[in-house]
Design a protein around this ligand. Structure first.
Ligand code: XCC
Length: 653
């Protein structure tokens, strides 16, 4: 039986001090948050292990979680077919989310070039020419508009192409691409791959888990090297490529005497426009006339990461804090677009009289106010949001309680900036990174990414895992809600080098970078793929991504998008560990295929661990294995973080 809610110690739910305070306040106010719902709703043990097939009306057929080969479905589908089909559909859904978002960015790009949309413009023409050049589009002596239109037509294939390889495979290391070709998994267009994935997992189609896995990889690659990558590149071209910026994070960025507006979701176009609205002299004056000192725009989740990386906008917290932030009573409007917007926000917003505003036709929420963002007239929407927020400020009904916690860190490390940072403006290059890996100062590279989840203590695994990795000289690249967990814990500033092992600390001090590099939102995981490709191309670390001393982890994942990301990293050659739960029956051949056999076939592989120290141990062991294979290993002990490390972090925070 679930423990009565009031007895759960807040410290078991989160290590985020601000969220903890707001959980306590919500309990006092009688408001239910998703932590409470997670406690009251035990995870379905059948669904958790993906042991149910409901793809036709002969079922649903339930398998025996503890003994997967005890029975088959009514049609005869085996446990392997059932788990593989369910997993494939998760990848299809995650890929659809990222690619639909990416396609929307590409359409905005087209409308900007054609002049249909005038409120946005091309902010990074250098990147535009670079990407066009990398896709063999002639740039020399040509007008920017012509190059941009050619780029649009080329990139559209990422989504709609029926046959042939997607354009971005030109950026994949040669050997990795040859390997995909041999396996028949180079993606065509995302729409085609998602369609085929859904078809093959329908009743009575593909019933060979090895064959299903191929389409799972192909679909996921259409996300990582397709929809997501195009989304990142086009967003950089339109809104600017991030470069390091110092940013304040955590709920302490809310200001009692300001009109506070939270922007939550994923697409950068809304926030680019609301930044303009909030700076409008008339609206600023309206805020002052309402008794406020000004307008305070604050990001959350991935929208927040985009705004933070490009504009240094403060960030209030990750997914698990989105309801909690409303409990402060200080939020005068929360505006959302797509993805990771919990329906529960509506009720919490209602209780605290916060206007909760949806802005994208794809994602309306019952009871929320919908103000559609039209890209040819974005200010109509964003001005109205600001006005609604000012009105709410004037009529705040409840006392405001803002947690005082704030941390400062450096964010906005794009692939391009890392190149410049390591090599300098004249010889921008990843060579120094490879050299430091070869000489052993840096042991390897880890991507720590992904969500938070009310079923695992918020931020805990992210923070403990990353501490242990850097202590062992592993450079950490971050995106998504994970990046915010580390930012709040004070590990994204250069001071965090004090927690790194001696080799990594030396490199960080020389270059002036933190040991934890925040690369942005979840679609920006594509920046990690490009960085990995560059490491292969620079040389000395093998011929393909699978050769690199690198590993990935999403310790507190919850979204289907995370599964798609995990699979595209695995298919690209990366050992990828997920934490707290994995949607698959244990003891199945399909699980063995993903967790062991894929590596023998030259791909990466999946891994699972519950404890962050175990995650670190697995990742470091893999990195060391790759170092041995590359002939660059040096015997070394794994070190554990201790109290002295904690104290030195506190001193730097
Ligand atoms: Fe997960 Fe992406 Fe959502 Fe955060 S926001 S909860 S998918 S880490 Ni992108």
């Amino acid at each position: 039986m679930a423990k009565p809610l009031e007895l759960i110690n807040v410290r078991d739910l989160t290590i985020c001090e601000s969220t903890g305070q707001m959980i306590t306040k919500a309990r006092n106010d009688g408001v239910e948050l998703f932590f409470d719902r997670a406690n009251a709703t035990k995870a379905c043990p059948i669904g958790e292990k993906s042991a149910c097939c409901k793809h036709c009306a002969m079922g649903p057929c339930r398998m025996n979680v503890n003994s997967p080969y005890d029975r088959v479905g009514v049609c005869g589908a085996t446990a392997d077919t059932i788990v593989a089909r369910n997993f494939g559909r998760m990848v299809a859904a995650g890929t659809a989310a990222h690619t639909d978002h990416g396609m929307a960015m590409l359409e905005l790009f087209r409308d900007v070039i054609s002049g249909k949309v005038t409120d946005y413009s091309i902010k990074d023409p250098i990147k535009l020419f670079e990407i066009a050049g990398s896709l063999d589009i002639v740039t020399e002596g040509r007008d920017i508009k012509d190059v941009a239109m050619d780029l649009y037509h080329e990139l559209e294939k990422t989504y709609t192409q029926v046959e042939g390889e997607i354009p971005m495979v030109k950026r994949v290391p040669k050997k990795t691409l040859e390997h995909w070709r041999a396996a028949g998994i180079v993606p065509r267009g995302a729409m085609r791959e998602i369609m085929e994935m859904m078809h093959r997992t329908a009743m009575g189609v593909d019933q060979d888990y090895v064959n299903i896995t191929k389409q799972i990889s192909r679909t996921a690659l259409a996300d990582g090297w397709g929809g997501s990558m195009v989304s990142t590149d086009i967003s950089d071209i339109l809104f600017g490529t991030p470069s390091p910026v110092e940013v304040e994070v955590d709920m302490g960025v809310l200001k009692e005497d300001y009109v506070n507006i939270i922007i939550h979701g994923h697409e950068p176009n809304l926030l680019e426009s609301i930044i303009v609205s909030a700076a409008d002299p008339t609206l600023k004056e309206a805020a002052i006339n309402a008794g406020a000192k000004g307008i305070n725009l604050v990001g959350m989740c991935c929208s927040g990461l985009e705004a933070m990386s490009r504009h240094g906008l403060p960030h209030a917290g990750n997914f698990s804090s989105t309801e909690a932030v409303l409990v402060t009573g200080a939020v005068d409007a929360m505006t959302v677009d797509i993805q990771c917007i919990q329906q529960g926000l509506q009720k919490v917003a209602d209780f605290y009289d916060t206007p909760f505003i949806t802005t994208n036709y794809r994602a309306k929420i019952e009871g929320a106010l919908h103000i559609q963002l039209h890209e040819h007239e974005p200010r109509e929407c964003t001005d109205e949001i600001v006005i609604k927020a000012i009105t709410r400020f004037k009529t705040r009904k409840r006392p405001v309680q803002i947690p005082r916690n704030k941390a400062t860190g450096v964010h906005g490390f794009s692939f391009e900036y890392i190149n410049y940072m390591l090599g300098g403006s004249f010889r921008g290059s990843y060579t120094p990174l490879n050299e430091n890996i070869i000489n052993g100062r840096i042991r390897g590279v880890a991507g720590v990414v992904g969500c938070t989840n009310p079923r695992s203590k918020q931020d805990y695994s992210h923070v403990e895992l990353v501490k242990e990795l850097i202590k062992n000289d592993v450079l950490v690249l971050q995106t998504g809600c994970s990046q915010m967990a580390l930012a709040k814990a004070g590990l994204t500033g250069p001071g965090a080098a004090a927690l790194a092992g001696p080799g990594l600390a030396e490199v960080c001090e020389t270059v002036g970078m933190p040991p934890v590099l925040g690369l942005g939102s979840c679609v920006d995981n594509s920046r990690i793929l490009i960085a990995a490709s560059e490491m292969v191309k620079v040389g000395g670390l093998g011929d393909c991504i699978a050769d690199l001393p690198a590993a990935g982890c999403a310790p507190e994942w919850m979204s289907e998008k995370a599964i798609a990301i995990g699979q595209y990293f695995v298919a690209s050659g990366v050992y990828t560990i997920f934490g707290h739960t994995f949607p698959m029956m244990d003891g199945t051949k399909f699980k063995k295929h993903l967790f062991e056999e894929l590596e023998d076939l030259g791909f990466g592989k999946w891994g699972f661990a519950n404890d962050p120290r175990e995650m670190a141990r697995l990742m470091i062991a893999h990195i060391d294995k790759k170092r041995v294979q590359l002939g660059i290993d040096k015997a070394r002990e794994r070190v554990l973080t201790d109290m002295a490390d904690r104290r030195s972090l506190d001193a730097t925070a």
